[in-house]
Design a protein around this ligand. Structure first.
Ligand SMILES: *Cc1c(COP(=O)(O)O)cnc(C)c1O
Length: 390
């Protein structure tokens, strides 16, 4: 048996909608399907204003422009994340300060953020890892106390909620991804969510190459012209048409992913492995199922064993504070929790078309490995921390 890590899922009407976009003879951005996607997401999650983008990276670049990040500004970013949480601020000349993860979850530790705040700090980026919410009350309180902006990198967090509030709607700006590895996809794509009205008008301009073309399309002005800085952040109608086909089936896709996630959880929990923790304040959007091994060697051994059995399970981030780019500029700092998750976390295949036989095969081989190699030694400190989270 060979089981890939991820497989893009065609949910139904994607190709018909692309064909329809062609019939409509408008393939550039900000057309019929872009509008349908934006309205659907605004209605479903009560987002104040959304703009489809070519990626989450592009949405975060828009956030950096909207927040007027300039050289000398400091932006606090988790270390255990994808490079796109940080790069857009580096592109604006900001200094990025990396915050450590919680001891018991890859999400950022609000106390680590607070330690990094200086008079130069302008914004904080939070990442809802695996679609699990960060402690947003603590983070928004820091923002209020210090007058800072919050950008939610919700790239993995579609349909995730914090205390009933949709992720991406809580900070000043939220950013989602529809990259083919996420729950809802269109190849490459993303979404900018504006939760603070002061950014709404300018966001449309930055999105459309620094022009007021969106106002023009609404008939508010008679010509469109260059009015601010900007770039081309909008996806084509071909991508938007594909995305609309996916969004129509969001409920079904999410239900299937949850069923797969829960099956892993039920069958692997008895191993005494460190299974993903979901805090009581967060839902679980079933973006990722991961195991935490006792150390890096065990993670490597498990990954090799899976590879031998034809199962493609993979680790995740190399912490950004330990990256060649960052260390060559700013030297090394010590973020032990981010390093621990980098060394011990292994993600299992999870995609819509993963079938029962495949999942049983993965579960069986996970058990086989730990029967032979001894299950992970339980870190009692970790479990104590985990006990107030379900
Ligand atoms: C996937 C991802 C991104 C990048 O998304 P793109 O749409 O590929 O730009 C950024 N941040 C996080 C946390 C991600 O998981």
């Amino acid at each position: 048996m060979r089981i890939e890590f991820n497989k893009p899922y065609l949910s139904g009407n994607e190709l018909d909608y692309i064909q329809n976009a062609i019939v409509r003879q408008k393939l550039s951005g900000n057309g019929y399907y872009t509008n349908l996607c934006q309205r659907l997401l605004e209605d479903r999650y009560r987002f104040r204003k959304t703009l489809l983008t070519t990626s989450a990276t592009a949405a975060i670049e828009m956030a950096a422009l909207l927040l007027d990040i300039v050289p000398g500004d400091e932006v606090i970013v988790p270390s255990y994340t994808f490079v796109s949480s940080a790069n857009p601020f580096v592109l604006r000349g900001a200094t990025v300060k990396f915050a450590d993860s919680l001891p018991y979850h890859p999400n950022v530790d609000p106390i680590a953020i607070e330690d990094l705040i200086t008079p130069r700090t302008k914004a904080i980026v939070v990442v809802h890892y695996a679609g699990i919410a960060c402690d947003m009350d603590a983070i928004m309180e820091l923002a209020r106390k210090h007058g800072l902006y919050i950008v939610e990198d919700a790239a993995q967090a579609i349909n995730g909620f914090y205390k009933g509030r949709p992720l991406g709607s809580i900070g000043h700006i939220g950013c989602f991804s529809f990259h083919e590895t996420k729950n809802i996809i269109c190849g490459e794509g993303g979404l900018l969510v504006i939760n603070d009205d002061q950014f709404a008008a300018r966001a449309e301009i930055i999105w459309e190459k620094g022009t007021n073309r969106t106002s023009f399309a609404r008939g508010e002005v008679t010509k469109y012209e260059w009015v601010d800085m900007g770039s081309s952040f909008l996806p084509s109608e071909i991508s938007a048409a594909f995305l609309y086909g996916q969004l129509e089936n969001l409920e079904r896709i999410q239900q299937k992913r949850s069923a797969l996630w829960n099956y892993y959880y039920q069958h692997l929990k008895p191993l005494g492995m460190h299974v993903p923790a979901v805090p009581i304040y967060s839902t679980n959007n079933a973006h990722t199922f991961y195991l935490l091994c006792k150390d890096e060697q065990q993670r490597k051994d498990l990954a090799s064993y899976f590879a031998w059995k034809g199962i493609n399970a993979i680790s995740h981030y190399i912490p950004l504070h330990s990256s060649p780019f960052f260390t060559s500029r700013y030297g090394k700092n010590h973020l032990p929790n981010a390093i621990k998750f980098a060394e011990t976390l292994l993600r299992l295949p999870l995609f819509y078309e993963l079938n029962q036989a495949q999942q049983d095969y993965i579960v069986q081989h996970t058990h086989n490995f730990f029967d032979r190699n001894g299950s992970a030694t339980l870190d009692m400190n970790f479990l104590a921390k985990q006990s107030n989270i379900v």
